[in-house]
Design a protein around this ligand. Structure first.
Ligand SMILES: Nc1ncnc2c1ncn2[C@@H]1O[C@H](COP(=O)(O)OP(=O)(O)O)[C@@H](O)[C@H]1O
Ligand SMILES: [Mg+2]
Length: 237
C-alpha cells in the first residue's frame, strides 16, 4: 500500500540555524504516527516543513506524488491539513462560520452534510454554533480547530499538541476523537508532549531530540522502552 506521506531527509530551520536535520518519516493509510519530544525539539518546525509553510530540503511524497515543491495551497487541496498549536480560529466569527470556512473549496451541499457530521462528532459545537469562537473554552477551541480542519475532508490530519494546556478530562476526549478518526480511515500525524497517551493511540512513534529523530518504532515497543519512559515520561511513568 502506498504510504499517505513519505518524507525523506527533511532539513529545515530559521535563517541559517537548523532546527530539523535529516528527518524521515512514513505514514501509512489510516495510520497514526506520533512525534514526541521535549519543547524546542523541532516538532512544529517539521510540521511546518511538511505543510510547505517553511522552506526545507529533502523529499516529500504525498500518496506517492512528489509534492516537495508544491505550495501550501496545493498541499491543502491534495488533502493535507494542519491544526497548529495556536488553533488559528476567527475569534469574532461564530463557531458555525469557522467550520464552514474550513471547507471553502467544497460545494454547499457537501458543506452542509459535513457540518452535520462535525456536530455529530463534536456535540458541544452544535450547542455553541452561534457563539463567537473567541468565547469558547480551551477544549472547545481545540475541538473547533479540529472540526474546521476535518471540514476539508483531509486524507492526512496533522495535529500540533492538541492536548496542550487542557484539563485531563478534555485531554481524554481529544485522544478518544483521534482514535475515532483513525477508525474512520484518516491518517494522522500527532505531535505531542503527552508521550504516554500519544503512544497509546498511535501505531508508530518517533522521538525527536534537538532536531533529530533519535528513536522510532512500533508504539507498543516504545511504551515498553524503560529508558525512554524515564526520560520522556518522567515520574508520571
Ligand atoms: N520562528 C522562529 N525563529 C527562530 N527560531 C525558531 C522559530 N521557531 C522555532 N525556533 C527554534 O527552532 C527550534 C525548534 O523549535 P520548534 O520546532 O518550535 O520545537 P517544538 O515544536 O518541538 O517545541 C527551537 O530551538 C526554537 O527555538
Ligand atoms: Mg511545537
Amino acid at each position: 500500500m502506498t504510504p499517505v506521506l513519505s518524507a525523506t531527509n527533511i532539513c529545515a530551520g530559521y535563517h541559517s540555524r537548523k532546527a530539523v536535520s535529516n528527518v524521515s518519516m512514513v505514514i501509512p493509510p489510516a495510520g497514526v504516527v506520533t512525534l514526541i519530544g521535549a519543547n524546542g525539539a523541532g516538532k512544529t518546525t517539521f510540521l511546518g516543513a511538511l505543510m510547505g509553510l517553511l522552506p526545507s530540503t529533502g523529499t516529500i511524497l504525498f500518496q506517492g506524488e512528489d509534492i516537495t515543491r508544491a505550495s501550501v495551497h496545493e498541499r491543502v487541496g491534495m488533502g493535507m491539513s494542519l491544526v497548529s498549536e495556536k488553533r488559528d480560529l476567527f475569534s469574532s466569527m461564530s463557531v458555525e462560520d469557522n467550520l464552514v470556512l474550513g471547507c471553502y473549496r467544497r460545494n454547499r451541499a457537501s458543506s452542509s452534510s459535513s457540518l452535520d457530521e462535525m456536530y455529530g462528532r463534536f456535540p458541544k459545537l452544535l450547542e455553541r454554533r452561534h457563539q463567537e469562537a473567541g468565547t469558547l473554552s480551551g477544549g472547545e477551541r481545540q475541538m473547533l480547530a479540529m472540526g474546521r480542519a476535518l471540514m476539508a475532508a483531509p486524507k492526512l490530519l496533522m495535529l500540533d499538541e492538541p492536548s496542550l494546556g487542557l484539563a485531563p478530562l478534555i485531554v481524554q476526549d481529544i485522544f478518544r476523537i483521534v482514535s475515532e478518526l483513525k477508525s474512520s480511515g484518516i491518517s494522522i500525524l500527532l505531535v505531542e508532549q503527552n508521550a504516554r497517551a500519544a503512544l497509546h493511540v498511535a501505531d508508530h512513534g518517533c522521538v525527536m531530540e534537538l532536531g533529530d529523530v533519535i528513536l522510532q518504532g512500533p508504539a507498543k515497543e516504545l511504551l515498553d522502552n524503560t529508558r525512554l519512559m524515564e526520560i520522556y515520561l518522567g515520574s508520571a511513568a
